[in-house]
Design a protein around this ligand. Structure first.
Ligand code: AMP
Length: 458
């Protein structure tokens, strides 16, 4: 998963510090590497700084503040295709025959392998293993066309998920795939226009949210203003990712007009109605991912809410760890129950999701060690049974707990007294967008065009 950010200032002021701040706000979308690209003043050469790790480690804020550039893009990365080295850090940049280009990409292009094989058979030499580089090669193969037309033409061939921030010379371009898998918003502060994966990144630079990009929309920003174009692909329906609301996005973001915080609270409320836990003396959330849903659960069931499990704030997301051993250790380092709150009590513990089942199993065992009488697990989304091909890092079916086991077997494996999930109908109604606009592939297995697709038509 990744985050993208872009800024263009009409009056020539430098935007690199804003891009740095925007990436800071998007850090939850990727912690492996970060990068910023900007253009030389005449617009014919692209420069970039990239590094491994968190934004403040990968990028030098002081150095960026000293560089003058009125348009720039940035990226935070957690790899879902390609390995995690610096060569794969975004933005991916190139100076080709028609000018300079830099691309920051969130999402997975599902037919990238097919496109790459085809281009390599025609002599293309790839510098990275990212799916994003295929866009630049597709553009270079249209070298008779102006860069913007070449970009539109490249996007026409792609399947799957892409929310892009692109620099084409001095222009800032943003594009959201025709299915709208990943979020992408437009914002403004005085003379500066912004694009960002999530609206929380606009807040940090003092910009207001103008609107979400439409699925299939491309926006071109330059001195003359903002132009909106369409990517010439007919999508049969939208596939806006449900998991952004469930887990991935920050709660202070608004996606496609829906507050992530409000959706999470409603998920908890629906869960309290569909899977009540009347014996629970305390409702608590798995921090931080289950906290808001737990508050919604307690509010609707009129039960007592307590922060009974405390999180060490200086540890990253458990899931984003390279090995199972570190993942397992991570949970123990990260979470600590408060004994006086749970000793001898019946607890309802709410979390957003179960992926491999590591977190929930560890937490139940910790809570029991602290004297909990009964532990009821309530999950504020349906069972994750299918891998995501569109940019969320989920393991294979064999590793997904709910794909391996039925719910009762999973309850027994993780050691819960009861385990209940939210139904898919409740998930969709809590999000509040038309159900046919939402991608539920990780829960339902209903993929765009049947799933991974390397089909290519060049
Ligand atoms: P697990 O321990 O593998 O069951 O992971 C479940 C926990 O990881 C849940 O509490 C979620 O909050 C979180 N999670 C779910 N999906 C992801 C993801 N794609 N990346 C990082 N964390 C995730």
């Amino acid at each position: 998963m990744c985050g993208v950010f872009g800024a263009f200032c009409k009056n020539g002021s430098s935007v690199l510090e804003d891009v740095y701040l925007g990436l800071y706000a998007l850090q939850h979308r990727g912690q492996e590497s970060a990068g910023i690209a900007w253009n030389s003043e005449n617009g014919d050469e692209v420069n970039s700084i990239k590094g491994m790790g968190l934004v403040h480690i990968a990028l030098d804020q002081k150095q960026l503040a000293s560089i003058r550039a009125n348009s720039a893009i940035g990226h935070v990365r957690y790899s879902t295709t390609g390995s995690s080295g610096l060569a794969n850090a975004h933005p991916i940049t190139a100076n080709y025959s028609m000018g300079s280009v830099a691309i920051a990409h969130n999402g997975n292009i599902t037919n990238a392998t097919g496109i790459r094989n085809m281009l390599e058979s025609r002599g293309a030499i790839f510098q990275s293993t990212t799916d994003t580089e295929t866009i630049i090669h597709l553009m270079a193969h249209q070298s008779h066309k102006p860069p913007l037309d070449a970009l539109v033409d490249a996007l026409r061939h792609l399947k799957g998920a892409y929310s892009l921030a692109v620099l084409l010379g001095n222009r800032l371009v943003a594009a959201r795939d025709p299915w709208g898998f990943r979020p992408l918003v437009l914002g403004r502060r005085e003379d500066t226009t912004y694009v960002a994966s999530e609206s929380c990144a606009l807040d940090i630079v003092g910009a207001t949210l103008v609107r979400d990009l439409e699925p299939g929309e491309m926006i071109v920003i330059d001195e003359t203003g903002i132009k909106s174009l369409r990517i010439p692909v007919q999508a049969s329906r939208k596939y806006s990712c449900a998991f952004e609301y469930v887990y991935f996005a920050r709660p202070d973001s608004v996606i496609d007009g829906k507050s992530v915080y409000e959706v999470r609270k409603t998920l908890g409320c629906r869960l309290a109605n569909s899977s009540p836990c009347p014996s629970a003396e305390i409702v608590t959330g798995m921090p931080d991912s289950g906290t808001i849903a737990a508050m919604g659960f307690a509010e609707c069931s009129k039960q007592r809410y307590e922060t009974a499990i405390v999180r060490n704030r200086y540890i990253g997301r458990t899931f984003i760890q390279p090995t199972q051993r570190v993942r397992t250790l991570g949970v123990r380092i990260k979470l600590n129950p408060i004994k006086t709150l749970i000793d001898g009590k019946d607890l309802a513990v709410v979390d957003d999701s179960i992926v491999r089942g590591t977190t929930v199993e560890r937490v139940i065992s910790m809570i029991r060690q602290e004297g909990a009488a009964r532990v009821h697990i309530r999950i504020a989304s349906p069972p994750v049974r299918f891998p995501c091909y569109y940019g969320i890092d989920t393991p294979t079916c064999e590793e997904l707990a709910a794909a391996r086991l039925d719910i009762d077997a999973l309850r027994s494996e993780v050691g819960a007294d009861s385990l209940n999930y939210l139904g898919i109908e409740d998930l969709l109604s809590a999000i509040g967008l038309p159900p046919s606009d939402i991608c539920t592939a990780c829960f339902s297995g209903e993929y765009l065009d049947g799933g991974e697709d390397n089909g290519v038509d060049l």
